[in-house]
Write a protein that binds this ligand. Structure first.
Ligand SMILES: [Fe+2]
Length: 347
């Protein structure tokens, strides 16, 4: 299986994973041999890339963190929470049940690194984003050595971190134009709106509501709404903040194209101590693959290669398969006799 940017998708290619919308409904199934209409449909809904299956990439091992089925279920639940008519059907128990399953699945794959490329539907960004932030937060939380109960709270807060956006009009959230001052004020209020909504609607422990309130605080005090800094910001809010930025920057948004994981990682590392908790940046460097499995890279000798597998602690040195020769090299091991490194991620 390999990841391919939407512009490079061709008729006859076979989908390596299901494509679903923000309600978790399958649009195209894994194994579909793509025809022109389907490629156009994917472009039309703002999908930026997909996984395809081919013989060269058979050995690629993409660490999915959670199963497709659970991802779909989580999407459906988050989506309902954002709709007035869906809200009645979702209570605290449903949210906790999904949270529990996310943690169970991620704990089962504890040694795996976070390396999935983005397969989102642009129009349904908010729902995909909520689920991705929950999954990445859980992975970072495990990296911090969190106990099950704390992890639970972390994943609930991450799933619900942007729930305040349900009170912001879609044309403001997705605006490609410059926002008016009034609209900007409304967007900046979403942590507070989310906090109030959760307090009124669900009886989660008070701290869950606070983590939602504080997910835009910066480590140096430059964030909002409380302008807290350092360890005054709870660890859970610091984790959600980092996962939020990582997922938003690697996604297609109204005001930017998706950035490469390498560029976003550089941004996060550069902003250690400013926007982000420096200790958490170290956990991020161990746990988030710079060169996700299934992507093409350029090696230091000029060859292109396909990334086969990433491991925790070796985020810059995956196992790769050289495209011209088919040779497999683990860049982090002694078999890398030429001292090859990766120069660039190709998408
Ligand atoms: Fe937010």
């Amino acid at each position: 299986m390999r990841y391919i940017a939407i512009e490079k998708l061709e008729r006859g290619m076979m989908l390596g994973m299901d494509i679903y919308d923000g309600k978790g409904r399958v649009l195209l199934e894994q194994g579909t041999i793509l025809v022109s209409d389907e490629i156009q449909m994917l472009q039309g809904i703002g999908c930026t890339g997909v996984y395809i299956e081919d013989s060269f990439s058979e050995e690629v091992s993409v660490s999915m963190a959670i199963s497709q089925g659970l991802r779909q279920e989580a999407l459906k639940m988050v989506n309902s929470l954002f709709q007035d008519d869906g809200l009645e059907g979702v209570g605290k128990e449903e949210i906790l049940a999904v949270t529990q399953r996310i943690i169970e699945e991620i704990r089962g794959k504890e040694q795996k690194i976070f390396d999935k490329m983005d397969v989102k539907i642009y129009e349904d960004y908010t729902y995909f984003h909520s689920v991705e932030v929950a999954v990445l937060s859980a992975s970072l939380g495990l990296g911090c050595g969190m106990e099950p109960e704390e992890l639970n709270t972390l994943v609930v807060a991450a799933l619900l971190h942007d729930i305040g956006k349900r009170f912001v009009e879609e044309d403001v959230l997705n605006a490609k134009r410059r926002l008016t001052d009034e609209e900007r004020v409304l967007i900046v209020q979403h942590p507070k709106l989310g906090y109030e909504f959760l307090r009124e609607r669900f009886d989660f422990p008070e701290e869950v509501c606070f983590y939602v309130l504080e997910h835009h605080e910066w480590y140096n005090g430059g964030g909002y709404p409380l302008r807290k800094s350092g360890s005054d910001i709870p660890l859970i809010a610091r984790i959600v903040k980092m996962a939020d930025v990582y997922d938003a920057m690697t996604s297609k948004l109204p005001y930017h194209s998706p950035l490469l994981p390498t560029s976003v990682a550089e941004y996060i590392i550069e902003n250690a101590g400013a926007e982000f908790d420096p200790e958490l940046v170290e956990v991020f460097r161990q746990r988030v693959a710079m060169y996700p499995a299934g992507c093409e890279v350029v090696l230091s000798n000029g060859d292109t290669a396909l990334v086969l597998e990433n491991r925790i602690g070796a985020a810059l040195e995956p196992k790769v398969k050289v495209i011209p020769t088919g040779e497999v090299i683990d860049l982090s091991s002694e078999e890398n006799t030429k001292g090859l490194t990766i120069l660039e991620l190709l998408l």
